[in-house]
Design a protein around this ligand. Structure first.
Ligand SMILES: [Zn+2]
Length: 691
């Protein structure tokens, strides 16, 4: 149920234009910074991002099936090709058994388009039959539990809500006792990405609401409903979702762990929502006899009650039918899949085309059987030497943070002591799990993709709910090995770097240090700082929500962080949206501290080798300049305006150009390296620094 701090986030899955849709997969060439990429016609001190990226961006237009172009798209394709090749190889082996047989059969079933169409239609119809069997409001619990068990993924919330009907339910760590998993209920039931879409008064949001209602109507018509009926149904869906949105907590408030920690007994939940049969719901989903529940938004439950009480049964059938289409459409291989993409892909993110089938199938296999595939990925793309070098790099960067904490002038001795205990207790995980997940109970058919999705989903739901009431497992991974991303988990007190991101343009086991430290080094620093950002600092070394700061130091922290919040709270006129500095504060603080820690670690490494970061090297750049350029290069991207606006409203990460220019404009060492002077845009006044 917790949302993770992701460093790099693909807005949606996408593809690369030059890759052939059929036939075998040669691995694409990975991007790597080199000095010839710099645009000398631009001024490094005016806009360092443009200075580094404009040539690359001009040469790499946004692919039609992506919401953005970015330097690591070639890595995305590279990782996907490795997974595809592994599944094709397995599929070609008649003797394949165990997990090899599973990935072979999953691949076959997914690539079988006619089979998907037939099964998809049957899948949606069988779920609709259950919805149609809804007899009374008391019966809502039965139908909702059925849908929650059959749709991915009731246990997973994003920064805004759970994307399942009515509410999310799953395991979460107890904030007061992080050694245990407990049950959590989260706000949900809204298909649009964030509350702003429902409630914001901007013209563009108004327009999106009109488009959304038209989309829901279209989907009902595709089911066979007449236009007039479908139009009324779409209005009902919008009314219910808007009522839920009004009672939901906004994404800025959700960053405050205290606000989302509301312990409730079953009796209290029943009192709040008497018109829902909670006993039946928990029994069916397999989570009875839970001592208490963490409710993220108590007011949300009140809205659930009001909606259940006041709306006729037919409205609930309509609402649940809509969610059945919404969740089934992406897998159904019918015109619904296209219509679903037209709204959620094109209208929301501006992406004209769907991914080719093979890439959707790779993503699906990675999602459902990720650790089975991950073994194949690691054996090809992440040799032991890479793991060792990445581990050393991470250890060095974390040491830089330890050194920095010790000599901070704004933090008192008492708080420092606690901070160092937390820092020492952080578990650093590199590449892939020590113990692979066992999928042997998941029955995979070579001919029924939807059945496979259900089987994998049921396995994962069972695995998730099974955690409730048990001790935590810090060795578990929340991302698959081929993922281009990383995360810090404040409650587990871990930092995690999948093998998928330990590749170029971020890292190579064979690359010189300055480029590795500017690329992956900054990301490692970023995740380490998350343990000490506006959210992370509220958790102690065991992951408990406990205030270990003296009042004075907490006040100083907040003043320093306010500088960053103000710096990032800016209008972005080209997307008609204002960045919410409070939403992005944690990520921005981690970016600022991350690049600083990576630089300190690189300086120390150079010193230990008797070298200077400021001596020009063979390519005419100093190592310090190459460090900053590699950092900026690894974030080169161009985002479609629709996707950019969606990101600013819904996502706690700043847009890539701000992730480069703003931290560097706070860093005197950057300004010295490129000769930037006070008054120039890359010299921010005041210079903000927390870490
Ligand atoms: Zn982050």
């Amino acid at each position: 149920m917790r949302s993770l701090c992701l460093v790099a986030l693909f807005l949606t899955a996408g593809s690369f234009h030059a890759f052939s849709q059929n036939g075998g997969g040669d691995l694409p060439k990975l991007e790597k910074f080199d000095a010839s990429l710099v645009d000398k016609s631009k001024d490094a001190c005016t806009d360092f991002y443009q200075y580094t990226c404009s040539k690359w961006i001009a040469a790499h237009p946004i692919p039609p099936d992506m919401p953005e172009t970015r330097v690591d798209l070639s890595l995305y394709l590279y990782n996907q090709t490795i997974l595809r090749n592994a599944m094709e190889k397995a599929a070609a082996n008649p003797q394949a058994s165990g997990s090899e047989r599973q990935i072979a059969d999953f691949w076959r079933s997914c690539m079988d388009e006619p089979g998907r169409k037939a099964n998809g239609k049957a899948w949606i119809e069988s779920h609709l039959k259950v919805v149609d069997s809804l007899k009374s409001k008391k019966d809502l619990a039965r139908v909702l539990a059925y849908l929650h068990m059959n749709f991915p993924a009731v246990w997973q919330s994003d920064d805004n809500s759970a994307k399942v009907p009515l509410f999310g339910f799953g395991p979460t760590q107890d904030l007061a006792d992080a050694s245990k998993m407990v049950a959590g209920i989260d706000q949900g039931g809204m298909a649009l990405p964030s509350l702003d879409y429902y409630l914001d008064s901007a013209d563009r949001s108004e327009e999106m609401r009109t488009k959304y209602v038209a989309h829901v109507q279209k989907m009902f018509q595709l089911l066979g409903d007449a236009a007039e009926k479908a139009s009324a149904e779409a209005k009902t869906v919008m009314e219910i979702e808007t009522a839920l949105a009004k009672a939901s907590m906004d994404n800025v408030s959700r960053r405050d762990p205290q606000k989302i920690y509301n312990k409730r007994t079953l009796a209290q939940i029943k009192t709040a929502v008497p018109d829902f049969d909670w006993d039946d719901y928990f029994k069916r989903i397999g989570a009875s006899s839970v001592p208490f529940y963490i409710v993220s938004t108590p007011g949300f439950l009140d809205a659930v009650e009001t909606q259940i009480k006041t709306r006729p049964l037919d409205d609930w059938k309509t609402y649940l039918r809509w969610w059945t289409i919404r969740r089934g459409a992406a897998y159904a291989g019918t015109d619904m899949e296209q219509a679903n993409f037209d709204f959620f892909g094109t209208a929301i993110s501006g992406t004209p085309q769907m991914l080719p089938l093979w890439r959707r199938c790779v993503n699906s296999a990675d999602n459902f059987l990720g650790e089975a595939l991950g073994q194949a990925y690691v054996s090809i793309a992440f040799p032991p030497e890479s793991k060792q070098r990445a581990n050393e790099l991470a250890t060095g960067i974390r040491q830089a943070l330890t050194d920095e904490i010790k000599q901070l002038d704004w933090m008192g001795a008492e708080t420092k002591k606690q901070a160092l205990v937390k820092q020492d207790s952080t578990l650093q995980k590199i590449g892939y799990p020590d113990k692979w997940r066992d999928y042997s109970n998941v029955k995979i058919s070579p001919s029924n993709y939807l059945a496979n999705m259900n089987a994998a989903n049921a396995f994962e739901l069972h695995r998730q709910l099974n955690k409730i009431g048990k001790p935590i497992d810090r060795t578990e991974w929340a991302m698959t090995p081929a993922t281009i991303n990383a995360y810090e988990d404040p409650q587990m007190n871990t930092i995690n770097f999948p093998a998928g991101i330990l590749q170029l343009p971020f890292f190579s086991g064979k690359q010189e240090d300055a480029s590795n430290y500017g690329g992956i080094g900054m990301i490692i620093g970023h995740e380490a700082i998350h343990g000490f950002d506006d959210q992370g600092r509220k958790f102690d070394e065991k992951g408990n929500l406990r205030d270990w700061w003296t009042a004075e130091d907490a006040k100083r922290y907040e003043e320093k962080d306010k500088c960053i919040v103000d710096q990032y709270s800016q209008e972005i006129p080209e997307y008609a949206v204002k960045q919410k500095g409070e939403l992005t504060a944690g990520e921005d603080t981690a970016d600022n501290g991350g690049i600083h820690m990576a630089m300190l670690a690189l300086e120390k490494r150079y010193r230990s080798q008797g070298k200077s970061l400021d001596t020009p090297e063979a390519d005419g750049l100093t190592a310090r300049q190459r460090f900053f350029l590699s950092y900026a290069f690894s974030w080169c991207s161009d985002v479609r305006p629709e996707a950019a606006r969606d990101q600013v409203m819904s996502n706690p990460h700043s847009l890539p150009r701000f992730r480069v220019n703003r931290p560097l404009s706070n860093l005197p060492e950057f300004q010295q390296a490129f000769g930037c002077k006070a008054g120039q845009p890359m010299v921010h006044y005041p210079s903000c620094r927390v870490w």
